[in-house]
Design a protein around this ligand. Structure first.
Ligand code: NAD
Ligand code: ZN
Length: 347
């Protein structure tokens, strides 16, 4: 089968012919119907040799941690799904037995690493291929009649902002303000989730005019350039120099500094982007009781909830389609920052 693989550190990914995998006992094989390209893949492919070593991902590795497909082969003993079922893959897989996993929070399983369990496309072979092996049927969420191409990105670009936002939900009541920094794949879904889940005024910031236009289209009340004037523009727009929560889908030094400057007492600064930045914390360094956190992906139950929001038309993903042969171009466009919403590869 064909697969898009990261082969050599520092080189662009390549479409290669690889053996079609067979499901082992308890495993499920999917015929992939769509796979999303995430900035985290670009981040991984941008790491130097030493940095990459820390992650310990084997190479070559098939990319793609957002995947949907149709079950096309079952390993011995699998009864929970049937050949022909349309499913989405829950990516952040854990041991399935500990306290975190029992709550569906496999994204926070403390045993996954020691057991060598890694998400598809982030340590194990991922979804940018004709077929994908899924370790256990519990990682599959029914897709029903949702279109695979326009919904695949919900498995990360939907789930991750959903989890980030639910962590601040009790604060985002009437009169609150939420700032979304970076209206890309995750950010443009975050805006819709904030509108669906909260009465907050939503302000989007980005460095691209096209992304600001998309932010307005998907429901941002205000959308401004992410620059030195942003804090002033927000204050003018919402009538306050502080906001309730900042969801930062970049988390580079300028956005972390800007986010910190927008906080008031009890505000949340939520760093979702994997950028590297530093910031002062502590009693005297920040407004009283303000928080800073770095959430990772989301729980299994949250993924089911995200799909329910899609089913009821409350969230959708802007997608640009690419064939598997065009997948390197999808990552090139992601790197350039010229995609509208999410790049989705259709094998
Ligand atoms: P993306 O490239 O689709 O979107 C990033 C957006 O940020 C773009 O619209 C870009 O124009 C904008 N941007 C860049 N620099 C900016 C700045 N200085 N100010 C404002 N906007 C700026 O990326 P994505 O796939 O949506 O991923 C976003 C980030 O989230 C990445 O860092 C990714 O690695 C990370 N991520 C984290 C998790 C997690 O679990 N925490 C999960 C998935 C992705
Ligand atoms: Zn991702």
């Amino acid at each position: 089968m064909k697969a898009l693989q990261y082969v050599e550190i520092g080189r662009p990914p390549e479409v290669r012919e690889v053996p079609t995998p067979e499901p082992g006992p308890g495993e499920v094989r999917l015929r992939v119907t769509a796979a999303g390209a995430c900035h985290s893949d670009s981040f991984v492919m941008g790491l130097s040799d030493e940095e990459y070593e820390q992650f310990g991902y084997p190479l070559p590795m098939t990319l793609g941690h957002e995947g949907v497909g149709v079950v096309d082969a079952l390993g011995a003993g699998v009864e929970a799904v049937a050949v022909g079922d349309a499913v989405a893959v829950y990516g952040p897989q854990g041991c399935g037995r500990c306290h975190a996993c029992a709550q569906g929070k496999e994204n926070y399983c403390p045993h996954a690493a020691e057991l060598g369990i890694t998400p598809p496309g982030l340590g194990s072979d991922g979804a940018m291929a004709e077929h994908l092996i899924v370790r256990d049927p519990r990682h599959l969420v029914p897709l029903g009649d949702l279109d695979p191409v326009t919904h695949v990105a919900l498995t990360d670009a939907g789930l991750t902002p959903y989890h980030a936002i639910t962590g601040s939900l009790t604060k985002l009541g009437p009169g609150s303000t939420a700032v979304v920094i970076g209206a890309g794949g995750l950010g443009h879904v975050a805006i819709q989730l904030l509108r669906a889940l909260t009465p907050a005024t939503v302000v989007a910031l980005d460095i691209s005019e096209e992304k600001l236009a998309l932010a307005r289209e998907v429901g941002a009340h205000h959308a401004f350039a992410s620059d030195e004037q942003a804090a002033g523009r927000i204050a003018e727009a919402v009538g306050s120099t502080t906001v309730t929560a900042v969801f930062d889908f970049v988390a580079a030094q300028p956005t972390v500094d800007l986010g910190a400057a927008l906080l008031g007492p009890e505000s949340d600064q939520v760093l979702v982007g994997v950028g590297a930045a530093s910031t002062d914390v502590g009693m005297l360094a920040r407004p009283y009781d303000s928080t800073i956190r770095g959430p990772y992906w989301g729980s299994r139950s949250e993924l089911i909830e995200v799909f329910e929001l899609a089913r009821t038309g409350q969230v959708s993903v802007e997608t640009e389609r690419f064939s598997l042969d065009e997948a390197p171009e999808a990552y090139h466009r992601l790197h350039e920052g010229t995609l509208r919403g999410r790049a989705v590869v259709v094998p």
